[in-house]
Design a protein around this ligand. Sequence first.
Ligand code: NAD
Length: 482
Amino acid sequence: MTLDTATLPTDLFIGGAWRASTSGQRIDVLDPATESVIASVADATVDDARAAVDAADAAARGWAATPPRQRSEILRKCHELMIRDAEKLAALISLENGKALGDARGEVAYAAEFFRWFAEEAVRINGDISVAPGGASRIIVQYQPVGIALLITPWNFPAAMATRKIAPALAAGCTCVLKPATETPLTAYAIAQLLAEAGVPDGVVNVLTTSTAGRVSNAVLDDPRVRKLSFTGSTEVGRVLLRKAADRVINCSMELGGNAPFVVFDDADIEAAVEGAMIAKMRNGGEACTAANRFYVQRGAAAEFSRLLTGRMAALVTDDGLKPGTQCGPLVNAEAVRKVVELVDDAVAKGATLLTGGKRLDRPGHFFPPTVLADVPPDAQLLSEEIFGPVAPIVVFDGEDEAVELANATEYGLVAYLYTGDLARGLRVSERVEAGMIALNRGIVSDPAAPFGGVKQSGLGREGAHHGMLEFMEAKYISTNW
Ligand code: NAD
């Protein structure tokens, strides 16, 4: 479909109104496939941030007091409208992020589902009552909205990372200020427009784009009315924000980086493992926190797995994400390509064997082809850093203990993929691998009904499931005799 970019909302969304920034400045949004300017969005200042918190505050009491059924119905409407506009949203995501249209369609379906799931959760906010063990009093526990939330999202899933936060915040009765990534702001504004159409009251969701993320988010976090920070992005920025949040002891949820191992035992169905590997590696062109970053394959299966994976990766069509037939779009920007080139060159210089790909494409746009590396030595940087690109490094292992040790040799712990034909081994290894999520004989874990999140330096807290609601609520305990 052709998008009319001239009609897209590009101003700040504060208190239900579209406003230019108080500085009048704007930020260009670039198409990663052509490097041309798609649109420009307002560049929020600290004053705009304060206005957004004022709007969230003005709406807070009313939204928290809105009956859960009514909040639920509005969220349900948000889901319907996203599905109605799915093709337009997918084209917009593909345009500003670069991902293949098929991936963008998948993201819209996933993103919309958070509204449906949390519409259902909004009417299931239960507390409990118990008799204190001494028998003299009753313990009543009820859940209340935590308060105004600052939501900060990355560019790799511009719709889903926003709805995964907005939907539970609204279901719980919180109002919020969303700060999307500068690379992909248009999707966030398009969602804000749909939320308004769905009946989300003015000020409940406010959206700010800015080129000075640190200053603007500090202004929001310094405001005593703000009680929650929910961040998705790199571990590096997450650390900075946790330090900042410590000033006012703000409740934090952190969805940070990953370095997922993909472990294939030689008793696995190798064709199924390759199928799963393609999903785990190539969803979003490798630009996912859940992307398989290190492939550990048991010696007996290594040759066949490498051959089949190389064939599948080499056959992928790399082109403009919006072009029919494209399976791998451009990376988000020049810096992303520079980093992938550096990691691949480092691995090859240290002795890895290039099986396919390996060199950036000689054309405008930020294109790097699907790449497979074998015999990757343990000191290659790409085994310890997030690649965030279409590169699959393969390492051979011998025994189960070695596989667990290799999988855990990282400071991250978001997700791990395991392929084995032996269910007992699958469960045993799942228990030993340090990750918040395990995909056992599957290439994907993301599901709005499941608690998404990591351990170690991959983050704090969970999104999705009922757990996602708890991140936006405080337990209040009332002690009474009766
Ligand atoms: P990033 O950390 O650079 O930026 C994320 C967001 O933080 C953006 O909106 C950015 O503008 C903002 N930001 C940057 N500096 C800031 C500061 N000082 N104060 C406040 N905000 C600031 O990450 P990215 O490059 O946009 O996204 C990629 C990263 O996100 C990867 O590490 C990936 O693993 C991670 N990620 C994690 C999950 C998850 O659920 N665990 C999901 C998607 C992406």
